[in-house]
Ligand binder design. Sequence first.
Ligand SMILES: Cc1cc2nc3c(=O)[nH]c(=O)nc-3n(C[C@H](O)[C@H](O)[C@H](O)COP(=O)(O)OP(=O)(O)OC[C@H]3O[C@@H](n4cnc5c(N)ncnc54)[C@H](O)[C@@H]3O)c2cc1C
Length: 500
Amino acid sequence: MRIRRVVIVGGGTAGWMSAALLTKVLGTGLSITLIESDEIGTVGVGEATIPPIQVFNQAIGMNEADFVKATGGTFKLGIEFENWGGLGDRYMHAFGTIGRPLGLTPFHNFWLRARQAGRADAGSLWNYSFNYQAASRDRYARLDRIPNSPLEGIVEAYHFDAGLYARFLRQGSEAGGVKRIEGMIMGVNRDGENGFIRSVTLKSGETVEGDLFIDCSGFRALLIGEALGVGYEDWTRWLPCDRAIAVPAENGPRLRPYTQSIAHKAGWQWRIPLQHRAGNGHVFSSNHMSEDEAAAILMGNLEGKPLADPRTIRFRTGRRATFWEKNCVSVGLSSGFLEPLESTSIHLIQTSIVRLVQMFPDLNFAAANIAEYNAQVGFEYERVRDFIILHYHLNRRTDSAFWTACREMAVPESLTHRLDLFRQTGRIFRENNELFSEVAWLQVMVGQGLMPESFTPLADKLSDDQLGRYLADLRQIIDANAGRLPGHREAVARLIASAV
Ligand SMILES: Cc1cc2nc3c(=O)[nH]c(=O)nc-3n(C[C@H](O)[C@H](O)[C@H](O)COP(=O)(O)OP(=O)(O)OC[C@H]3O[C@@H](n4cnc5c(N)ncnc54)[C@H](O)[C@@H]3O)c2cc1C
């Protein structure tokens, strides 16, 4: 028996992304209702994304120019990390590849060989990143390949206003048949026998029935947590930050095509350039810093005039014990939270809803299907968690108790193994479709000061001369082509001029 009625609770980014994809791919024969409360509102932050968002936007048939125009969007080629490994350090997690593998040999092994041989011409790892070379010059163009070369071109994501994105998705979803109800849910009604959710009751007295419920109610987790009692696994022992102070401000003089993440004494600050303003926030640990001090640090590090009062958001890092329980699937903040250091929350919404589509149930709600979904989402959350812990753990900072505690903490076994393997051999492996690639792990490990003791013997197949020429050619192609790209500001202006 097919599911006919889907009820989405919540109209933030998670709610409207869910509505948009479900209408697009399963629309016919499915009645979709989304309930949101103006009185409660949305979390109101979330501006940086990662490249797979393009796949989502294409899947729902979104026009890029219209989307960038409607959301104040800009392009993002990576995240620059400042003061993370040590005070004064700076590196980028740039999207895309670095260098070029030869056969089965990942590129970084050639670079490591040259470094270990003491060759000064090897230079920085980021001399071989086209995204980095474009980003650091504030340049951008859509480019699949570097012309006349076998090298990959630019790999981009976006910065945008998530509130405007949700509004944009809402237009398309309502046009596609999604019914929106504005109102506050006061009660969740469950089946007396199997505990499934049958309906929700609004403040107005209206009752909305459904076969499948998607909980997009944000941190309050109205259905999965409050009604179904599914617990929350707390990861604060590894990720101690529990507050963010956010404030919009005028942009500085540059329109950077990358996010900035600047580490402070007990956390870090984001700067995200949109067309019309910059998003800023300070994520910190309330055990190590007062709110007043955190706000003062943030306000003292803006590039332009603040455009609103700063506001504090409290959170607890972790994940829902199960993401899908009975006939309820949690998507977005109700399913867990990882701080925005690697811009993963909107991505986790995307993968959850895509998985739900791929594992769409019927009215039998097969237990094996639910177990598979929970295992896949859990694995993804845990690997992203490890990647974020890595940034905190791998530091040499001695200027605050916070950084010392992060360096000295015991980290999950999965991360310890990865660090040991890289330190001893220079090897990195991507496991089971996990989100972050070898190149992402490489940049953070090298960027934060971890240089391997060795590299693969496969990298010895080039002679010293060949190695020198190989590296020099790559540097020259990347450098020359990055210098020829148009400016980021100009690229955004040209794109939005083509919007309808
Ligand atoms: C400080 C911070 C920075 C972030 N930065 C990024 C970033 O750079 N990149 C990124 O990808 N993500 C980021 N995120 C995460 C991102 O903001 C969220 O993942 C995303 O906005 C999804 O939120 P949501 O839709 O789950 O919840 P919300 O936006 O909180 O929406 C909840 C919805 O549920 C409704 N609701 C709740 N209770 C009821 C009720 N009783 N009745 C009716 N309706 C109800 C509300 O009205 C609202 O519509 C950040 C998060 C935080 C906290």
